[in-house]
Design a protein around this ligand. Sequence first.
Ligand code: FAD
Ligand code: N01
Length: 531
Amino acid sequence: MGMEQDFDAVVVGAGFAGLYMLHRLRGEGYTVRVIEMAAGVGGTWFWNRYPGARCDIESMQYSYQFSDDLQQDWEWTEKYATQPEILRYAEHVAERFDLKRDIQFNTRVTAAVFDETAERWRINLEDGTTLGARFCIMALGCLSTTNLPEFNGLDDYQGDKYHTGEWPHEGVDFTGRQVGVIGTGSSAIQSIPIIAEQAAHLTVFQRTPNYAVPAWNEPLDPDEVRTIKADYAGLRKKAKARPTGVVFPFNEFSALSVPEARRQEIYQEYWQRGGLAFMGAFGDLLVDEAANETAAEFVRGKIREKVDDPATAELLAPQTVFGCKRLCVDTDYFQTYNRDNVSLVDVSEDPIDGFTATGLTVAGKPYEFDAAVFATGFDAMVGSFTRIDIRGRDDVALKDKWLGGPRTLLGLCSAGFPNMFMITGPGSPSVLASMIQAIEQNVDWIIDCMNHMRDNDLDVIEAEVAEEDAWVEHVGEIAAGSLRSTCSSWYLGGSIPGRPRVFMPYIGGFPTYVEKCDYVAAAGYEGFRLA
Ligand code: FAD
Ligand code: N01
């Protein structure tokens, strides 16, 4: 067959998922090669180097827990770690566990084909090499394929173009420049205040406004760090029991169960705490529309307080369900629109017509700038899969199977694609949970499964079609009951024109999902065919 090298497993991607997968596989005695198209480890944190990039899960929780020595030794410096600090952490992990020797960088996987006779995967690399492996493990990331909309005339534009998800390593100095930012999601909300400080003029093109809660970022308090480290396991255990996999204070009662004055007090208290924890103010914010509207109106009120010009404030105040699109966490985002050098252009009714040599036009009106920042997000959850020509039984292409939306069992496997695992694939909680925790849980499940196969002389595992259909239906049903299904967001493929509206992550909560995965394994991998 002319394979140049053969492994027990080939892992695609060297972000937090690929790194931990490699560490576990090696520890269990499997031969493995990781293929990564970037020049280094870190995935998201390698690529997203835009100004202001940082996590919005508190650093003490946005980290691995598989090694107590690692979590005790590593010192985070801020409540929310910056991109450079998280990248340093990923590099530290790679060095500490000697991972790089099994990673091939600067190499894109172009195809993965299951050979039914040999029961092995053939994995084609961009450099023309083919690798063979019993298991093909996709650690591709949910937000790793950037979305650059097909704007008319984009090639004619003579200025510099940047996408937040592919930011130049040397950074960009916008001092004295005219800048246009397209998009107002999390990446835009983090970068706009910093770009505005540098630019001569910044024009933001907004299609849909977003809710944001202040980060109140600050240096970590050494006493708090000591307290957490004294019982890190306790914190992790509490996090695992929460639907989002993150510990923050929360109320279980309804927003409508308390009088208006008390409700406002509680919102104010959670606002002062800041960040995603604001969602914990009441127990029914994502299930009851009237309750949700009270939170939405509270946050709109804050936007009106912060933005001096009432017309701009109204444009910035979302009318959608609060938390329907992923909630953003900001530092001085709304106040930025009070600056003389910042203007906001609404493109919700009249979309961007297209680009010209010197900028773009909206409803025929020209806007000029010499640097364009595309904060237009990602082809989330499926884009990195469909860009690889993945073929399973009977030469069926995964991208064809997923035309109507991704189909998986537990987000871990897809029927017809034997011995292919996905880490935080669509149909798993992934982006609705704290991701590193979700990654570790998926990786540990995969390793247990591979060990079970090795111990029982089993060569092939494959999701059963009926079980997969049932899981896909279940994922869709519970999503339909959540207010998160009521708007267009990347959870539903909303950023990509023509995509079917299918809610991709599992919204039933991290603990419920873990329980289901554990049950399946304990029942001898119920729902999977093992041969
Ligand atoms: P990634 O880090 O995306 O890594 C996937 C890797 O696969 C990439 O390096 C990519 O180059 C590689 N790859 C993909 N296709 C191929 C191919 N064909 N060939 C070779 N290599 C390939 N999550 C949180 O929980 N909390 C946060 O605060 C948070 N903040 C975020 C901020 C930003 C700006 C973004 C974009 C995401 C954020 N996330 C956050 C989600 C974040 O993606 C995850 O937390 C986590 O880093 C994902 O790790 P991963 O290894 O699964 O995927
Ligand atoms: O991407 P997005 P992102 N014309 O998809 C607009 C994580 N993250 O990179 O909403 C005009 O949210 C689009 O408009 P609309 C986090 O999970 C975390 O910002 O589709 N506009 C939207 O405003 C996050 O949710 C952090 O109407 C167009 C924007 O581009 C996820 O990554 C930081 C357009 C895209 O927003 C993605 O965030 C950053 C068009 N043709 C990212 N096409 C943290 O803070 C798209 N848009 C931790």
